[in-house]
Design a protein. Structure first.
Length: 426
C-alpha cells in the first residue's frame, strides 16, 4: 500500500488533472468507434500517447500470427482493425511490470431519437457524462491514462515497464487483446478498468456467437399453407434454444461459482434478417444469437450442445426435418475465466482500493465476458478487471459517473505506484 504522503501527492495530482481527464474522455466518446470504424480514434490516441513521450506501436490484427484462440471474424476486416500500445520503459527497471488495457470499440447506438442526448455528444449533466462508450469502457481508458499522468504530475515515474494498450474487437471476438499478446507484449500483471463500480471481477462466463440460417418455400400468401415460412421456423428454433438455456441454468444451480446467481447463462437472439416480400412466405431467415457458458464448460462443448438442441428441434418440424437449418459459429468462442483468489497482484489492488475507499474491495461475478481471460488462461498473467461506475451499458442514455471516475483514477494510480514502484522523474 502506498504511504499516506505518496497517496496525498497522487490525490492532489489527480484533482489537478481532472478537468483535462474529463475533456479527454469527451474526446474519446465523440469518436463513433463502432466495429470497423475504430481507426480514427486509434490514430488520435496514438498521437496523444506520443505527445506524452511514450513509445507507440500501432498495428493491425493482420500483423500478428494466428493462434488457436483467435475467433472467426465475419463482416470485419482484420487489416482495418487497429491496436495501439504505448510503452513507458524506465532506465534500469526495478519494479514489477504492468499492462493497462482498455477496449475502444463500442456497440451500435440504436435509434438516435430514443436517446435523451445525441449518443456521441458526450453531454455532461448532474455529474454524469452521457454517450455511447462513455461507460463501456472509455471511462476506464481515461482512468488508466490519467493515473499515469498523475504519477508524472507528482514528479514520479513507475520503476518498471508499463504498457498502455487500447484494443478493438472486445465486443465481438476478443481478438484485439489477443493480438497485443501475440505481438509480444507481456507483463507480470494486467489491469483492465472495465466499469465494475470499484469491484474486482472474480469470475466471468464464456460467450458463444452463432448464426442460424433457415430456409422456407415461398408462395403467395393466399396459399400460405402450401409454402413454408422461414421466419416462423426460425422462431421455433429460438424458442427451443430458450428451453435449452433453461435446462442449462437448472443444471448450474449447484455450480461452485455461479450457483447463487439466478440464471447465469444468458441466451439472446440479437439480430434477425429474412424474407423478401410482405405478401410471400419468406424463403430465408438468418438469426444472430449469443449464449453463455459456465466455468467448467469449454466453448467446443457449448457449441456442440447448441447444435444438438437445434437438431432436436428441427426433427420435430415436418419441413425442417428434411431441410435442416445451418449453424455458423462466428465471433466469440470464449472460455470462462475465474480469477482465483490469492495472487499478489490482487492483494496490491485490494490495498490500493482500501487506501482510497477506506474499506474492503468487493468482488463480483459477471455473466458477460472481458479480456482478462487471455492474460490469465493462456499467458499466466494475473488478469484484474476493476474500474469505475456507470450505467446502461449497450443501452440508451449510457452514462458514467465523473465522481467515480476521479476516485477510480486515484485507485489505479495508487496501484501502479505500489505494484511497479516509483522513483523521481528524471
Amino acid at each position: 500500500m502506498p504511504d499516506a504522503a505518496l497517496l496525498d501527492r497522487l490525490r492532489q495530482a489527480v484533482e489537478a488533472g481532472f478537468a483535462r481527464e474529463t475533456e479527454f474522455l469527451q474526446d474519446l466518446v465523440r469518436f463513433p468507434s463502432l466495429r470497423g470504424r475504430e481507426a480514427p480514434l486509434q490514430d488520435w490516441f496514438a498521437r496523444q500517447m506520443a505527445g506524452r513521450g511514450y513509445g507507440v506501436d500501432r498495428f493491425s490484427l493482420a500483423d500478428v500470427p494466428a493462434h488457436p484462440k483467435t475467433a472467426p471474424m465475419v463482416d470485419a476486416d482484420p487489416a482495418a482493425s487497429i491496436q495501439v500500445v504505448a510503452t513507458h520503459r524506465p532506465a534500469n527497471p526495478t519494479g514489477r511490470s504492468l499492462i493497462l488495457q482498455g477496449h475502444i470499440d463500442v456497440v451500435p447506438e440504436g435509434p438516435h431519437e430514443m436517446w435523451t442526448h445525441p449518443p456521441y455528444a458526450a453531454v455532461i449533466r448532474d455529474g454524469w457524462m452521457y454517450g455511447r462508450g462513455a461507460h463501456d469502457m472509455k471511462a476506464g481508458v481515461a482512468a488508466m491514462v490519467f493515473a499515469m499522468d498523475a504519477i508524472r504530475e507528482a514528479g514520479l515515474e513507475p520503476a518498471a515497464d508499463v504498457y498502455l494498450q487500447t484494443v478493438t474487437e472486445e465486443e465481438s471476438t476478443g481478438n484485439g487483446a489477443l493480438a497485443t499478446l501475440l505481438r509480444g507484449y507481456r507483463a507480470e500483471a494486467a489491469l483492465i478498468p472495465e466499469p465494475t463500480a470499484h469491484s474486482i471481477t472474480r469470475a466471468q462466463t464464456g460467450t458463444i456467437w452463432f448464426r442460424l440460417k433457415v430456409r422456407g418455400v415461398p408462395v403467395h400468401v393466399m396459399v400460405a399453407q402450401d409454402g413454408s415460412n422461414a421466419i416462423m421456423s426460425a422462431y421455433a428454433l429460438i424458442n427451443a434454444l430458450y428451453a435449452h438455456t433453461k435446462t442449462l441454468n437448472e443444471a448450474g444451480r449447484d455450480h461452485a461459482w455461479y450457483g447463487s446467481v439466478p440464471d447465469p447463462i444468458k441466451f439472446n437472439p440479437g439480430i434477425i434478417r429474412g424474407g423478401d416480400w410482405a405478401s410471400s412466405t419468406p424463403a430465408w431467415c438468418e438469426v444472430d444469437c449469443r449464449i453463455g457458458l459456465l466455468p467448467g464448460t469449454t466453448p467446443e462443448e457449448a457449441m456442440a450442445r447448441v447444435e444438438a438442441a437445434v437438431k432436436a428441434a428441427a426433427k420435430g418440424d415436418a419441413f425442417l426435418a428434411n431441410n435442416p437449418p445451418e449453424i455458423t459459429f462466428h465471433g466469440f468462442q470464449t472460455d470462462p475465466y475465474v480469477l482465483e483468489p490469492g495472487s499478489e497482484a490482487e492483494a496490491v489492488l485490494a490495498a490500493a482500493h482500501a487506501a482510497v475507499h477506506g474499506g474492503e474491495m468487493p468482488a463480483r461475478l459477471s455473466t458477460a465476458v472481458n479480456d482478462t481471460r487471455y492474460y490469465g488462461l493462456y499467458f499466466a498473467i494475473p488478469g484484474l478487471c476493476y474500474g469505475p461506475k456507470g450505467e446502461m451499458a449497450h443501452g440508451f442514455d449510457e452514462r458514467t459517473s465523473l465522481a467515480d471516475l476521479k476516485t477510480c483514477t486515484l485507485t489505479i494510480a495508487a496501484f501502479i505506484a505500489d505494484w511497479c514502484g516509483v522513483r523521481p522523474r528524471g
